[in-house]
Design a protein around this ligand. Sequence first.
Ligand code: S3P
Length: 441
Amino acid sequence: MSLFLVKQASRAKGGIALLGDKSIASRSVIISALSQGKTTIKNFPPNEDCLYAVKTFRKLGIKIIQNKNAGRITVYGKGLYGLRKPKGPIFTGDSGTVFRLTLGVLAGQDFPVTLTAGKSLSQRPMLRVTSPLRMMGAVIKSKKQKSKSEEYPPVTVKGACLNSIIYKMPVASAQVKSSILLAGLYAKGQTCVIEPIKTRDHTERMLKLFRAGIQTKAGKIIIKGRRGLISPGEFSIPGDISSAAFFMVLGAILPNSRILMKGVNLNSSRTGILDVLKRMGLDIEIRKPKSKNRIYEPMGDLIIRSSRLKGTIVKKEEVPVLIDELPILMVAACFAEGKSVFEGISELRVKETDRAESMTQNLAKMGADIKVLKTPKSEKIIIQGCNPLRGASVRSFGDHRTAMSMVVAGLAAKGVTRIDDVTCINKSFPNFLSLLKSIIR
Ligand code: S3P
């Protein structure tokens, strides 16, 4: 671990190309592996989480060739029933997406597999996926914590002949929804997931691209089981909007700045960050391609300029479409005029770390007026903005999004900010610091 120093910057200017979206890329490996035929995936991000998706499916007998220089991988799919029993447990690193989605796939296999996880993922809740998968007939053993009536990795799934279910999701989670839909590929009949609040829909879009029997309507997703997937041959992963978020806020809070980001994913189940920042007064230009060609994920170019931000209220219902952006939005709120409120933040506590706690501690150390308000039913974070931040010694807590948020806060704060460890950034955005260096002055 080495201390990382951030000095106040005067402006940010230039263009950057972002690596492919982490959520879409993880799904692309899984779904390609289950399809018939070869799939070439361009702009595949070489971050730790996505590389664990590759490693996991290689252990399940899938040939995957990575061309690092060209930024693409080729997956040799073997169809729904082509996976092989691995030699031992599979370590999935700290990727919640890889762990939970793979559990759904394993539920439909005719061999048992144990998935193990890194330190942070081993403390994240799994009952939200094991419970519906058991309803479908999977036999699952996991580490239990009775005091919390919760389950954690490692998880062993003994696959089974699955039944279809109708499942109303108690938590708004795309990982849970996706795990059930992937298990649904193996179930007899039609599996239906009902989402009270919309979450990212990359799995549905990608399954459509691979010609699965899937329908989505008014909060309901229905998937036909035991129907093969057909590879489209080749596609490209759009730029990661969660990574773009750090540059949106940086460009907004530094004076005299202009940042161009090309080919960013603009799926409406992910653009909550844009809606909130626009409400806060972000100076942004969005250029969408004119072509009417239907692509599986919408994308466009973004131009961000320095902005005078004002506080806003982020409602509980908005949280699922911007959950990963809450840490950097809290930084934006510190530089906005007036009060910002982030409601319904309980899911923030079960991410790689408890981000409500880590961001509150760090921003308070930099002089922010930030507090958590807890009621028996929910909790919210309140930030009174425009208290100029000053450099301080802060911690990433080993969490990539906290680390990047603190780098951005440090670049706009007076003086020097010391961050204990930034290597965790590799989990999602390995070239974050080099892109940043190319545009800050
Ligand atoms: C993800 C869904 C979200 C998000 C995570 C990636 C996905 O998690 O926080 O970073 O790829 O489906 P939840 O489903 O737990 O909300």
